[in-house]
Ligand binder design. Sequence first.
Ligand SMILES: [Zn+2]
Length: 86
Amino acid sequence: MEIIKKTGIVLYANLYTKVAFVLYPDDTRYKARVRVRSVLCGKTCKRCPHGPYIYIQWREKGKLKEKYFRAVSKEEKQGGSFEKII
Ligand SMILES: [Zn+2]
């Protein structure tokens, strides 16, 4: 389980089982899922696509929420574990 603290929220994620959850300071907890995707930033960029990046996504009162978790590391990309994340 990897843990990343954001302002007002803590994200927990197992990137291989894709089990994730979100914890608020008042102990409210939401089950979440791990999403991995690359991002296109603009028409003139020659380095697109960027990433891949890992996001944590969950539903809160019917609304879909998402937070950036971290980038997929070079080792994960090269070592083949990136495929497991997807
Ligand atoms: Zn770009």
